[in-house]
Design a protein around this ligand. Structure first.
Ligand SMILES: *Cc1c(COP(=O)(O)O)cnc(C)c1O
Length: 394
Protein backbone atom coordinates (compact mmCIF):
# COMPACT_ATOMS: atom_id res chain seq x y z
CA UNK A 1 0.00 0.00 0.00
CA UNK A 2 1.37 3.41 -0.87
CA UNK A 3 0.79 6.21 1.55
CA UNK A 4 1.64 9.71 0.39
CA UNK A 5 2.56 10.85 3.91
CA UNK A 6 5.35 8.26 4.12
CA UNK A 7 6.36 8.10 0.44
CA UNK A 8 9.59 9.93 1.27
CA UNK A 9 10.54 7.10 3.62
CA UNK A 10 9.76 4.36 1.09
CA UNK A 11 11.90 6.22 -1.46
CA UNK A 12 14.82 6.50 0.92
CA UNK A 13 14.56 2.84 1.91
CA UNK A 14 14.60 1.86 -1.76
CA UNK A 15 17.64 4.08 -2.29
CA UNK A 16 19.49 2.40 0.60
CA UNK A 17 18.76 -1.00 -0.95
CA UNK A 18 20.01 0.15 -4.35
CA UNK A 19 23.25 1.43 -2.85
CA UNK A 20 23.80 -1.77 -0.86
CA UNK A 21 23.55 0.23 2.37
CA UNK A 22 20.36 -1.34 3.72
CA UNK A 23 20.90 -3.07 7.07
CA UNK A 24 19.68 -6.65 7.19
CA UNK A 25 19.76 -7.89 10.75
CA UNK A 26 20.62 -11.51 11.39
CA UNK A 27 18.70 -13.53 13.96
CA UNK A 28 20.69 -15.21 16.77
CA UNK A 29 19.04 -18.42 17.95
CA UNK A 30 21.47 -19.19 20.78
CA UNK A 31 23.06 -17.30 23.69
CA UNK A 32 25.67 -14.73 22.66
CA UNK A 33 29.03 -16.51 22.82
CA UNK A 34 32.18 -17.44 20.88
CA UNK A 35 30.13 -19.91 18.85
CA UNK A 36 26.52 -19.05 18.09
CA UNK A 37 23.60 -20.18 15.94
CA UNK A 38 22.72 -17.55 13.33
CA UNK A 39 19.86 -17.90 10.84
CA UNK A 40 20.01 -21.68 11.26
CA UNK A 41 23.81 -22.00 10.93
CA UNK A 42 26.35 -22.77 13.67
CA UNK A 43 29.16 -20.25 13.25
CA UNK A 44 32.16 -18.76 15.01
CA UNK A 45 31.22 -15.31 16.22
CA UNK A 46 33.58 -12.37 15.60
CA UNK A 47 30.94 -9.63 15.63
CA UNK A 48 30.03 -9.08 19.26
CA UNK A 49 31.55 -6.70 21.80
CA UNK A 50 31.29 -9.54 24.31
CA UNK A 51 35.04 -9.19 24.97
CA UNK A 52 35.24 -11.37 28.06
CA UNK A 53 32.58 -13.90 27.13
CA UNK A 54 30.43 -12.75 30.07
CA UNK A 55 27.16 -12.43 28.11
CA UNK A 56 26.47 -16.12 28.72
CA UNK A 57 28.73 -16.80 31.70
CA UNK A 58 27.28 -19.22 34.30
CA UNK A 59 28.20 -16.88 37.18
CA UNK A 60 26.33 -13.93 35.64
CA UNK A 61 23.34 -16.10 34.79
CA UNK A 62 23.15 -17.35 38.37
CA UNK A 63 23.60 -13.86 39.85
CA UNK A 64 20.78 -12.51 37.68
CA UNK A 65 18.45 -15.35 38.72
CA UNK A 66 19.22 -14.88 42.43
CA UNK A 67 18.56 -11.16 42.15
CA UNK A 68 15.22 -11.76 40.41
CA UNK A 69 14.16 -13.95 43.33
CA UNK A 70 15.15 -11.22 45.77
CA UNK A 71 14.05 -8.02 43.97
CA UNK A 72 11.93 -9.01 40.96
CA UNK A 73 12.63 -7.54 37.53
CA UNK A 74 12.02 -3.84 37.01
CA UNK A 75 12.70 -0.74 39.09
CA UNK A 76 9.08 0.45 38.74
CA UNK A 77 9.82 4.13 38.07
CA UNK A 78 12.70 6.55 37.85
CA UNK A 79 15.01 6.47 40.87
CA UNK A 80 14.29 10.04 41.99
CA UNK A 81 10.59 9.23 42.30
CA UNK A 82 10.16 5.62 43.43
CA UNK A 83 13.51 5.34 45.23
CA UNK A 84 16.55 3.37 44.28
CA UNK A 85 17.19 -0.32 44.92
CA UNK A 86 20.04 -1.67 47.03
CA UNK A 87 21.45 -3.51 44.02
CA UNK A 88 21.92 -0.29 42.02
CA UNK A 89 23.62 1.46 44.94
CA UNK A 90 25.88 -1.53 45.49
CA UNK A 91 26.80 -1.60 41.83
CA UNK A 92 27.75 2.09 41.81
CA UNK A 93 29.85 1.77 44.98
CA UNK A 94 31.65 -1.31 43.70
CA UNK A 95 32.32 0.23 40.28
CA UNK A 96 33.82 3.34 41.90
CA UNK A 97 36.10 1.18 44.04
CA UNK A 98 37.05 -1.04 41.08
CA UNK A 99 37.90 1.90 38.85
CA UNK A 100 39.61 3.97 41.54
CA UNK A 101 37.17 6.85 41.06
CA UNK A 102 35.58 9.05 43.75
CA UNK A 103 32.06 8.19 42.65
CA UNK A 104 29.99 6.48 39.95
CA UNK A 105 26.46 6.91 38.62
CA UNK A 106 24.87 4.30 36.36
CA UNK A 107 22.50 4.83 33.46
CA UNK A 108 20.37 2.59 31.24
CA UNK A 109 23.11 2.43 28.61
CA UNK A 110 26.32 4.03 27.44
CA UNK A 111 24.28 5.99 24.92
CA UNK A 112 22.09 7.57 27.59
CA UNK A 113 25.14 8.16 29.80
CA UNK A 114 26.46 10.53 27.13
CA UNK A 115 23.05 12.13 26.56
CA UNK A 116 22.84 12.73 30.32
CA UNK A 117 26.34 13.94 30.98
CA UNK A 118 27.24 16.38 28.22
CA UNK A 119 24.15 18.66 28.42
CA UNK A 120 24.40 18.63 32.24
CA UNK A 121 27.93 20.02 32.09
CA UNK A 122 27.83 22.52 29.21
CA UNK A 123 25.19 24.60 27.46
CA UNK A 124 24.59 27.62 25.26
CA UNK A 125 27.66 29.88 25.08
CA UNK A 126 30.06 27.05 26.01
CA UNK A 127 32.46 25.18 23.72
CA UNK A 128 32.97 21.45 23.21
CA UNK A 129 36.19 20.25 21.56
CA UNK A 130 35.24 16.88 20.09
CA UNK A 131 37.40 14.32 18.24
CA UNK A 132 36.05 14.10 14.70
CA UNK A 133 35.59 10.32 14.99
CA UNK A 134 33.66 10.37 18.27
CA UNK A 135 30.76 7.95 18.74
CA UNK A 136 27.24 8.94 17.64
CA UNK A 137 26.05 9.15 21.25
CA UNK A 138 28.72 11.76 22.02
CA UNK A 139 27.72 13.72 18.94
CA UNK A 140 24.05 13.60 19.95
CA UNK A 141 24.90 14.58 23.53
CA UNK A 142 26.89 17.54 22.20
CA UNK A 143 24.01 18.64 19.97
CA UNK A 144 21.50 18.37 22.80
CA UNK A 145 23.66 20.62 24.96
CA UNK A 146 23.39 23.55 22.49
CA UNK A 147 27.04 24.36 23.14
CA UNK A 148 29.25 25.26 20.18
CA UNK A 149 30.90 22.08 18.82
CA UNK A 150 34.45 22.36 17.52
CA UNK A 151 35.64 19.10 15.93
CA UNK A 152 39.40 18.49 15.93
CA UNK A 153 41.27 16.05 13.70
CA UNK A 154 41.23 12.48 14.91
CA UNK A 155 43.72 11.93 17.78
CA UNK A 156 45.58 15.08 16.67
CA UNK A 157 46.63 17.00 19.78
CA UNK A 158 48.34 19.75 17.74
CA UNK A 159 45.12 20.40 15.86
CA UNK A 160 43.27 20.50 19.19
CA UNK A 161 45.75 23.10 20.48
CA UNK A 162 45.23 25.20 17.33
CA UNK A 163 41.46 25.00 17.66
CA UNK A 164 41.65 26.01 21.31
CA UNK A 165 43.86 28.99 20.43
CA UNK A 166 41.40 30.07 17.70
CA UNK A 167 38.44 30.31 20.08
CA UNK A 168 38.47 33.33 22.28
CA UNK A 169 34.89 33.83 23.43
CA UNK A 170 33.30 31.19 25.52
CA UNK A 171 31.80 30.32 28.87
CA UNK A 172 32.92 26.87 29.94
CA UNK A 173 34.97 24.47 27.84
CA UNK A 174 35.23 20.67 27.65
CA UNK A 175 37.33 18.24 25.59
CA UNK A 176 35.56 14.98 24.73
CA UNK A 177 37.09 11.89 23.16
CA UNK A 178 36.34 8.21 22.68
CA UNK A 179 38.85 6.08 24.60
CA UNK A 180 39.08 3.27 22.05
CA UNK A 181 37.78 4.11 18.57
CA UNK A 182 35.42 1.34 17.63
CA UNK A 183 36.05 1.10 13.89
CA UNK A 184 39.87 1.16 13.90
CA UNK A 185 40.68 -0.10 17.39
CA UNK A 186 43.12 2.75 18.07
CA UNK A 187 43.43 4.43 21.48
CA UNK A 188 43.08 8.16 22.24
CA UNK A 189 46.32 9.90 23.36
CA UNK A 190 44.80 10.56 26.77
CA UNK A 191 48.00 11.69 28.58
CA UNK A 192 48.55 14.40 25.92
CA UNK A 193 44.90 15.42 26.00
CA UNK A 194 45.19 15.68 29.78
CA UNK A 195 48.22 18.02 29.42
CA UNK A 196 46.25 20.29 27.08
CA UNK A 197 43.21 20.25 29.34
CA UNK A 198 45.36 21.05 32.40
CA UNK A 199 47.27 23.88 30.69
CA UNK A 200 44.04 25.59 29.62
CA UNK A 201 41.93 24.59 32.62
CA UNK A 202 39.40 22.77 30.40
CA UNK A 203 37.21 19.85 31.53
CA UNK A 204 38.26 16.47 30.08
CA UNK A 205 35.83 13.65 29.33
CA UNK A 206 36.61 10.23 27.86
CA UNK A 207 34.06 7.65 26.68
CA UNK A 208 35.72 4.34 27.38
CA UNK A 209 32.95 2.04 26.12
CA UNK A 210 35.37 -0.29 24.32
CA UNK A 211 38.01 -0.02 27.06
CA UNK A 212 35.80 -0.93 30.02
CA UNK A 213 36.80 -4.47 31.05
CA UNK A 214 39.48 -4.43 28.34
CA UNK A 215 42.13 -1.76 29.07
CA UNK A 216 43.97 -1.19 32.35
CA UNK A 217 44.83 -3.63 35.12
CA UNK A 218 42.25 -6.42 35.06
CA UNK A 219 39.98 -4.34 32.81
CA UNK A 220 39.77 -1.21 34.98
CA UNK A 221 39.56 1.01 31.90
CA UNK A 222 41.52 3.67 30.04
CA UNK A 223 42.15 5.99 33.01
CA UNK A 224 43.83 3.09 34.81
CA UNK A 225 45.64 2.07 31.58
CA UNK A 226 47.37 5.47 31.44
CA UNK A 227 47.55 5.85 35.24
CA UNK A 228 45.57 9.08 35.09
CA UNK A 229 43.51 8.52 38.25
CA UNK A 230 42.05 11.78 39.52
CA UNK A 231 43.13 13.66 36.38
CA UNK A 232 40.38 12.87 33.89
CA UNK A 233 37.22 14.65 35.03
CA UNK A 234 34.65 12.30 33.50
CA UNK A 235 35.07 8.68 32.41
CA UNK A 236 32.00 7.26 30.67
CA UNK A 237 31.68 3.53 30.19
CA UNK A 238 29.26 0.80 29.29
CA UNK A 239 28.28 -2.57 30.71
CA UNK A 240 26.90 -3.73 27.35
CA UNK A 241 30.27 -4.72 25.95
CA UNK A 242 32.90 -6.48 28.10
CA UNK A 243 30.52 -6.71 31.07
CA UNK A 244 28.14 -8.80 28.98
CA UNK A 245 24.88 -7.18 30.16
CA UNK A 246 23.60 -3.65 29.55
CA UNK A 247 23.99 -0.34 31.38
CA UNK A 248 25.97 2.91 31.32
CA UNK A 249 28.62 4.15 33.73
CA UNK A 250 29.87 7.63 34.54
CA UNK A 251 32.86 7.75 36.91
CA UNK A 252 34.28 11.00 38.23
CA UNK A 253 34.62 13.31 41.17
CA UNK A 254 31.87 13.37 43.79
CA UNK A 255 30.73 16.83 42.74
CA UNK A 256 30.21 15.82 39.10
CA UNK A 257 28.36 12.64 40.04
CA UNK A 258 26.21 14.54 42.58
CA UNK A 259 25.32 17.03 39.85
CA UNK A 260 24.38 14.27 37.38
CA UNK A 261 22.00 12.82 40.01
CA UNK A 262 20.27 16.22 40.04
CA UNK A 263 20.46 17.20 36.38
CA UNK A 264 21.18 14.17 34.16
CA UNK A 265 17.93 14.00 32.23
CA UNK A 266 17.96 10.25 31.42
CA UNK A 267 18.51 9.70 35.17
CA UNK A 268 15.57 11.93 36.08
CA UNK A 269 13.14 10.91 33.35
CA UNK A 270 13.91 7.29 32.49
CA UNK A 271 13.91 4.22 34.73
CA UNK A 272 17.07 2.52 35.91
CA UNK A 273 18.78 -0.63 34.61
CA UNK A 274 16.70 -3.74 35.36
CA UNK A 275 17.45 -5.85 38.45
CA UNK A 276 18.98 -8.82 36.57
CA UNK A 277 21.21 -6.44 34.58
CA UNK A 278 22.47 -4.68 37.70
CA UNK A 279 23.07 -7.96 39.53
CA UNK A 280 24.89 -9.50 36.57
CA UNK A 281 27.14 -6.44 36.36
CA UNK A 282 27.90 -6.66 40.08
CA UNK A 283 28.96 -10.25 39.53
CA UNK A 284 31.15 -9.14 36.61
CA UNK A 285 32.91 -6.65 38.91
CA UNK A 286 33.44 -9.44 41.46
CA UNK A 287 34.95 -11.66 38.79
CA UNK A 288 37.26 -8.96 37.44
CA UNK A 289 38.42 -8.01 40.93
CA UNK A 290 39.29 -11.57 41.82
CA UNK A 291 41.10 -12.56 38.61
CA UNK A 292 42.56 -11.02 35.45
CA UNK A 293 42.51 -14.35 33.63
CA UNK A 294 39.74 -13.42 31.17
CA UNK A 295 41.32 -10.06 30.33
CA UNK A 296 44.66 -11.77 29.70
CA UNK A 297 43.06 -14.39 27.47
CA UNK A 298 41.27 -11.66 25.50
CA UNK A 299 44.56 -9.87 24.80
CA UNK A 300 46.51 -13.01 23.93
CA UNK A 301 43.74 -14.18 21.58
CA UNK A 302 43.70 -10.75 19.93
CA UNK A 303 47.51 -10.61 19.57
CA UNK A 304 47.58 -14.07 18.01
CA UNK A 305 44.76 -13.30 15.59
CA UNK A 306 46.21 -9.96 14.50
CA UNK A 307 49.72 -11.32 14.02
CA UNK A 308 48.52 -14.27 11.96
CA UNK A 309 46.34 -12.04 9.74
CA UNK A 310 49.32 -9.73 9.12
CA UNK A 311 51.55 -12.69 8.33
CA UNK A 312 49.02 -13.77 5.69
CA UNK A 313 49.35 -10.31 4.10
CA UNK A 314 46.17 -8.64 5.34
CA UNK A 315 46.19 -4.93 6.19
CA UNK A 316 44.94 -4.60 9.78
CA UNK A 317 45.16 -0.81 9.98
CA UNK A 318 46.35 0.80 13.22
CA UNK A 319 44.61 -1.41 15.75
CA UNK A 320 46.05 -1.28 19.28
CA UNK A 321 43.23 -3.31 20.86
CA UNK A 322 41.19 -6.51 20.33
CA UNK A 323 39.21 -4.66 17.61
CA UNK A 324 40.89 -5.65 14.35
CA UNK A 325 39.85 -4.05 11.06
CA UNK A 326 40.72 -6.08 7.96
CA UNK A 327 40.96 -3.30 5.40
CA UNK A 328 39.44 -4.14 2.01
CA UNK A 329 38.65 -0.82 0.29
CA UNK A 330 35.30 -0.82 -1.46
CA UNK A 331 32.06 -1.80 0.29
CA UNK A 332 30.92 -4.47 -2.23
CA UNK A 333 34.21 -6.38 -1.74
CA UNK A 334 33.82 -6.20 2.05
CA UNK A 335 30.25 -7.48 1.79
CA UNK A 336 31.27 -10.31 -0.50
CA UNK A 337 34.12 -11.18 1.88
CA UNK A 338 31.70 -11.29 4.83
CA UNK A 339 29.24 -13.51 2.92
CA UNK A 340 31.99 -15.97 1.99
CA UNK A 341 33.28 -16.04 5.56
CA UNK A 342 29.77 -16.87 6.72
CA UNK A 343 29.59 -19.75 4.24
CA UNK A 344 32.87 -20.95 5.75
CA UNK A 345 31.36 -20.82 9.26
CA UNK A 346 32.67 -17.44 10.41
CA UNK A 347 30.36 -14.56 11.35
CA UNK A 348 32.29 -11.29 10.89
CA UNK A 349 30.65 -8.06 9.85
CA UNK A 350 31.43 -5.94 6.79
CA UNK A 351 31.46 -2.25 7.62
CA UNK A 352 31.22 0.44 4.97
CA UNK A 353 30.16 4.01 4.36
CA UNK A 354 28.78 5.97 6.22
CA UNK A 355 30.06 4.17 9.34
CA UNK A 356 33.59 4.46 7.91
CA UNK A 357 34.81 6.77 5.10
CA UNK A 358 34.29 5.88 1.40
CA UNK A 359 37.01 3.51 0.19
CA UNK A 360 37.79 2.32 3.73
CA UNK A 361 35.36 -0.58 3.89
CA UNK A 362 36.51 -3.48 6.02
CA UNK A 363 35.69 -6.61 7.92
CA UNK A 364 35.75 -5.76 11.60
CA UNK A 365 36.99 -8.66 13.72
CA UNK A 366 35.99 -8.53 17.38
CA UNK A 367 38.26 -10.83 19.36
CA UNK A 368 37.06 -12.21 22.70
CA UNK A 369 38.11 -14.42 25.57
CA UNK A 370 35.27 -16.76 24.57
CA UNK A 371 37.28 -18.20 21.65
CA UNK A 372 39.45 -21.30 22.06
CA UNK A 373 42.72 -21.78 20.18
CA UNK A 374 40.84 -24.15 17.83
CA UNK A 375 38.23 -21.47 17.16
CA UNK A 376 40.94 -18.96 16.26
CA UNK A 377 42.75 -21.36 13.96
CA UNK A 378 39.52 -22.35 12.20
CA UNK A 379 38.62 -18.68 11.68
CA UNK A 380 42.11 -17.83 10.41
CA UNK A 381 41.92 -20.66 7.87
CA UNK A 382 38.62 -19.20 6.62
CA UNK A 383 40.17 -15.73 6.30
CA UNK A 384 43.08 -17.18 4.36
CA UNK A 385 40.95 -19.13 1.88
CA UNK A 386 38.45 -16.30 1.32
CA UNK A 387 41.29 -13.77 1.06
CA UNK A 388 42.95 -15.86 -1.65
CA UNK A 389 39.71 -16.60 -3.50
CA UNK A 390 38.91 -12.89 -3.70
CA UNK A 391 42.49 -11.87 -4.59
CA UNK A 392 42.99 -9.82 -1.41
CA UNK A 393 46.12 -11.76 -0.43
CA UNK A 394 48.53 -13.71 -2.59
C1 LIG B 1 29.00 1.23 22.20
C2 LIG B 1 29.29 2.60 22.55
C3 LIG B 1 28.35 3.38 23.22
C4 LIG B 1 26.97 2.89 23.51
O1 LIG B 1 26.94 1.97 24.56
P1 LIG B 1 25.59 1.22 24.90
O2 LIG B 1 25.77 0.82 26.32
O3 LIG B 1 25.47 0.07 23.97
O4 LIG B 1 24.49 2.21 24.72
C5 LIG B 1 28.70 4.66 23.61
N1 LIG B 1 29.92 5.16 23.32
C6 LIG B 1 30.83 4.45 22.65
C7 LIG B 1 32.16 5.06 22.37
C8 LIG B 1 30.55 3.15 22.24
O5 LIG B 1 31.47 2.45 21.56
Amino acid sequence: MTDTKTAYLSEQLAELKEQGLFNTIRTIESPMDGRIRVDGEDVLNFCANNYLGLANHPRLREAAKRAIDQYGIGPGAVRTIAGTMTVHNQLEARLAEFKGAEAVITFQSGFTANLATIPALVGRGDIIFSDQLNHASIIDGCRLSRAQIVAYEHNNVDDLRRKIAETTEYGRRIIITDGVFSMDGDIAPLPDLYEVAREHDILLMVDDAHGEGVLGHGGRGIVDHFDLHGKVDIEVGTMSKAFGAVGGIVAGTQVIIDWLRQRGRPFLFSSAMTVPDAAACLEAVDMLESSDELVKRLWSNAEFFKTELRNMGFDTGHSQTPIVPVMLGEAPLAQQFSRKLFEAGVFAMAIGFPTVPQGKARIRVMNTAAHSQDDLEQALAAFESVGKALGVIA
